[in-house]
Design a protein around this ligand. Structure first.
Ligand SMILES: [Zn+2]
Length: 375
């Protein structure tokens, strides 16, 4: 059984918080990764593989049965935060009677540490019965572009995926997350003098204006597919027909099918511009599919509910507008649950906190889930 000592936990958490490790801050990512590498190397029966995540730095793949193809349980968390260099020195980890504070304290250094605690304290025979893989990636906060292929190549072999992001402020877990796609649009027309020969110009700005109206028309507030033209620019001068314009567009959605229709519509518009003589470049820069609970996810949710009741933890299920790595697992059809960390709030802000009294119960819940899935 686990004897939990909060003061010890917080002292182990502190060096994970007091280092700047925003995405692409490679020294900080390396510092956090090597702390976890050492923790697992100090536990018997775990093998740590470093994974090269290109410009995002290093990821960790930690397994108890590295030669088995099948993975019974995949645990997922990220090493990066959203905070700029200097934040750790400005407001290092602190705590009072209720909460701990500091950059990434809830999102999600404590989640990663909870994975360590759970695996440290599970019975060795039980761990030996199943194949577990922990993946810690360095770029979740920007959409995991440099780690998604690796994460999905692992997830393909996994029976269950548990993402240990923090639980919501009311203790709720996450069963559904919206998908998100971002596009960069570039419009090239033909410049002309607005006084002498405007008829020979092809305005990139006018083409862009048609796109804005068409894109707004694709929003469906009822189903939750929403499009936002968030940034536009173009033109040089009021006396010149604009040769160039561009725009940044974001799409959010619950339905992956509806998103596919939006994507197809944008491509059709690209192939058939509104104005003859204007060409359009369309580049998708970010893509995260929506995560909606499948039947198999629903039975995993039932199991989690039952185990939480046994521990007298009140579980609610939330649908979150923002995405996480859980979206990348769920799209492969893997039963996926997110929010299995301790309770926290005000993520991505200087008010971010971790609720101290929730740490031990959530580690116990994670351990119970692992025991049941291993059995
Ligand atoms: Zn996070």
């Amino acid at each position: 059984m686990m004897k939990f000592n909060l003061a010890e936990y917080l002292e182990e958490l502190r060096p994970l918080i007091n280092v700047d490790c925003g995405t692409y801050t490679l020294e900080g990512i390396e510092c956090v990764a090597s702390q976890f590498e050492q923790k697992f190397q100090a536990m018997t029966g775990w093998y740590v593989k470093r994974v090269d995540c290109a410009k995002a730095g290093v990821g960790l793949e930690i397994r108890n049965k590295p030669d088995t193809e099948q993975i019974d349980i995949m645990l997922v968390g990220h090493l990066d935060t959203v905070f700029a260099k200097g934040t750790a020195a400005q407001r290092p980890m602190s705590y009072d009677n209720e909460k701990a504070y500091g950059p990434g304290v809830a999102d999600m250094k404590s989640g990663l540490l909870n994975i360590v605690y759970a695996l440290r304290h599970l019975e060795p025979d039980l761990i030996d019965k199943c194949s577990i893989c922990v993946c810690m990636n360095p770029d979740e906060e920007v959409g995991s572009a440099d780690s998604v292929a690796w994460l999905q190549s692992v997830a393909k072999h996994a029976k269950h995926a548990l993402v240990v992001e923090a639980a919501r402020a009311d203790g709720g877990l996450v069963k559904a997350r919206k998908g998100r796609a971002c596009y960069q649009l570039n419009f090239h027309g033909v410049a002309a003098h607005a006084g002498n020969e405007p008829q020979n110009g092809r305005s990139a700005i006018t083409e862009l204006a048609h796109w804005i109206v068409a894109i707004n028309g694709m929003t469906n507030f009822d189903s939750g597919t929403t499009l936002n033209v968030g940034v536009v620019s173009g033109g040089t001068n009021s006396n010149t027909v604009a040769e160039y314009a561009d725009a940044a567009v974001e799409v959010r959605f619950w339905s992956n099918e509806e998103y596919q229709q939006v994507d197809a519509a944008l491509k059709r518009m690209q192939a058939n511009p509104f104005i003859d003589g204007v060409s359009v470049a369309l580049e998708r820069e970010v893509y995260k599919p929506a995560m909606m609970p499948s039947e198999r996810t629903e039975s995993l949710m039932k199991l989690v509910e039952t185990l939480a009741q046994e521990l007298e933890i009140d579980i609610k299920w939330h649908s979150a507008g923002g995405g996480s790595d859980a979206n990348h697992m769920a799209i492969l059809g893997i039963p996926t649950i997110d929010g299995l960390g301790a309770i926290g709030g005000h993520f991505h802000s200087d008010k971010e906190y971790l609720l101290l009294e929730s740490i031990e119960p959530r580690i116990r819940l994670l351990m119970r889930i692992l025991q049941q899935l291993a059995a």
